[in-house]
Design a protein around this ligand. Sequence first.
Ligand SMILES: Nc1nc2c(ncn2[C@@H]2O[C@H](COP(=O)(O)OP(=O)(O)O)[C@@H](O)[C@H]2O)c(=O)[nH]1
Ligand SMILES: [Mg+2]
Length: 345
Amino acid sequence: MSKDLLNRVLTGDRRAVARLITLVENNSSKAREVLAALFPHTGQAHIVGVTGAPGTGKSTLVNELAKAYRQQDPPPCVGIIAVDPTSPFSGGALLGDRIRMRDLSGDPGVFIRSMATRGSLGGLARATSDVVKVLDAAGYEIILVETVGAGQSEVDIAKAAHTTVVVEAPGLGDDVQAIKAGILEIADVFAVNKADREGVEHTVMALEMMLDLNHASRPALHHGDLMPFESSSLSPDDVPGWRPCICKTVATRGEGVPALLEAIQAHRAYLKETHTLSQRERFRVEDELCDILGHLLMCRLMAHVSPGELAHLVDRIVARELDPYMAAETLLQVGETSLGIGGAL
Ligand SMILES: Nc1nc2c(ncn2[C@@H]2O[C@H](COP(=O)(O)OP(=O)(O)O)[C@@H](O)[C@H]2O)c(=O)[nH]1
Ligand SMILES: [Mg+2]
């Protein structure tokens, strides 16, 4: 049964892909099994994160990017994953998705999926990373992941990408949104969308200035915090640093999209030439492993803690009788006895 699903996913059967993604979202044990078997077939896709504030035009831009990719010769298969935890409130993602459905439906080389927003953001990041694996194994060569750049969890989702496009739009306030959201560090390419609007030059200039400041103070490879040079075989002098390019786009008319696609491909080529791709992959995998480990330990530990016990500890913290660290230590002791992994915890 699982083997059948696995084989169908590997041949790119769309219904099997959709079914496995649902299993992944529901965190089913069958999904774990199939994902494990799929894993050796992953690692082929170029993962492009597209992030930015709500309403900047990410969905529209992703749609146009997918179309532009599909016009290449030969056309790569494109997977689109829309992760938008804010969508139940704003409805923004839904509008974007409807536009996409209209434009891209019927193209068998494009697979679109909106991620369900249930569960924690941490869970969403893990589920997204698993859905990327499914599409990767199913033969989607380009995977576009749209996330709302609003906080650390979205940054975590974006970190899983090889190339991250940060979308800005003029008129969202005085400051460039990336500074506020702290997503500057993860930007490989900037798209200043809604270039048909007033203030676009101001936004471009603000970004340029920020990059000048940032570039001067930063070592060559970016994702500096992800890739310390100590563990790298490359010295900063060997690698000309990647300076994020700034592309002006009007997503609604597809303007500037070919140049944006070129910038994404140039970044990909840079990653390959400088061997940063494999390095980045190592860091990503390490990050993922630690995240999964933390998650599993937490799940196992909490299986031995009753809701009543937890509530009691929370009461005592609220009453200032116990500090949160002491409370956590108490829980860990429960885990040490129940799981017999004293040293590890
Ligand atoms: N004027 C203008 N409007 C745009 C442009 N790109 C997107 N929009 C509009 O901005 C709104 C939000 O777009 P959407 O793609 O859903 O943004 P998202 O929330 O970042 O995914 C929609 O009404 C789009 O039609 C653009 O380049 N120019
Ligand atoms: Mg959207």
